[in-house]
Write a protein that binds this ligand. Structure first.
Ligand code: 6CS
Ligand code: FE
Length: 306
């Protein structure tokens, strides 16, 4: 693993005394748009501009059923209830997230190796990739809480030591995303600006932040400016659709007070050329199951598909 941040220039200062907004210092697209792969050149350019790319029917309905069945199995597994990788809703005590799902479940592991997924991640990041984080998020309805506005990169940089913006997330809907059940909201184009947040990272911050984030959330003034410039897009769509989004998109989601559950599987791919160092703004790195500390071996494709 590379050494302390003092040996690695910090291009993205955050968690200091004041909030700062600076232009992104890294490319969004790390390959050339003409490169061979499942994403068309025009879609790659759209990703570069907006910070996201939707793939309708990334999974077939049959596959969605298979993943949903596997998710239910995990949610009812008594052994997982006490597993540190499982995050519980503060109010209802329902399961909110299961981390490292690609290591817990062989079924979800297949998804990471699937060429429809892996080749798109490689295409965006222009290199071999590994998984920095994986999780399923479950919003069962009737009160499960949302995620406040944040940039994932801000947290991964501050608390996990991710040096550069060469990381992309994939969220696959396992249930239909209506416009009312707490779907993902992104400010299109916000990934071109880095908001370094004010405030020190408390020790073991992740124990609280995964239920409700505080450190690493921008001020109302910064969010207002971003919304005025970029607007907000809500992602709706059937189960099986996938949304790729850049690590620095300003995003969040509302509570789900409808009866309709919203579950998604979330995989974060990082370039093998962007392995983590020591955290840039936290007393210690978060545990491996939240942000991989290695090995940073390239994922091998399953080639044949699912
Ligand atoms: O902690 C993480 O890695 C992710 N989860 C939250 C709630 N915020 C930052 C990042 O998206
Ligand atoms: Fe996030």
């Amino acid at each position: 693993m590379a050494t302390a941040p003092e040996c690695t220039a910090d291009l993205y200062p955050t968690r200091g005394c004041t909030e700062v907004s600076i232009p992104r210092q890294d490319p969004v697209l790390w390959s050339t748009p003409g490169i061979a792969g499942p994403i068309q050149a025009s879609d790659l350019l759209g990703f570069e501009r907006n910070g996201f790319l939707t793939v309708n029917q990334l999974l077939t309905m049959e596959e969605v059923v298979r993943y949903r069945t596997e998710l239910d199995r995990l949610l009812y597994d008594p052994a997982l209830r006490t597993d540190e990788r499982v995050i519980i809703e503060p109010k209802s005590l329902d399961i909110r997230s299961v981390f490292e799902v690609h290591k817990i479940s062989e079924v979800f592991a297949e998804l990471v190796r699937d060429p429809r997924v892996l080749d798109r991640a490689r295409q965006i990041l222009g290199s071999e990739v590994y998984v920095h984080q994986s999780r399923v998020n479950v919003k069962p309805g009737f009160g499960s809480s949302g995620f406040y506005w944040h940039s994932d990169f801000e947290t991964w940089h501050a608390e996990d030591g991710l040096p550069r913006m060469r990381t992309v997330s994939l969220s696959i809907a396992l249930t239909e995303n209506h416009d009312t059940n707490g779907g993902l909201m992104i400010m299109p184009g916000s990934h071109h600006t880095f908001v370094g947040c004010a405030g020190v990272t408390p020790k073991d911050n992740y124990k609280k932040s995964l239920q409700m984030q505080d450190a690493g959330t921008p001020s109302n003034e910064a969010l207002t400016k971003l919304v005025e410039r970029h607007g907000v897009k809500l992602f709706t769509g059937p189960a099986g659709s996938g949304t790729w989004f850049d690590c620095n998109c300003m995003h969040g989601s509302s509570d789900n007070i409808t009866p309709y559950p919203r579950s998604n599987v979330f995989i974060v791919f990082n370039s093998v050329e962007n392995a983590v160092v020591e955290p840039f703004a936290a007393p210690a790195p978060r545990p491996d199951f939240i942000g991989s500390r290695g090995p940073f071996e390239p994922i091998r494709s399953s080639e044949k598909g699912l």
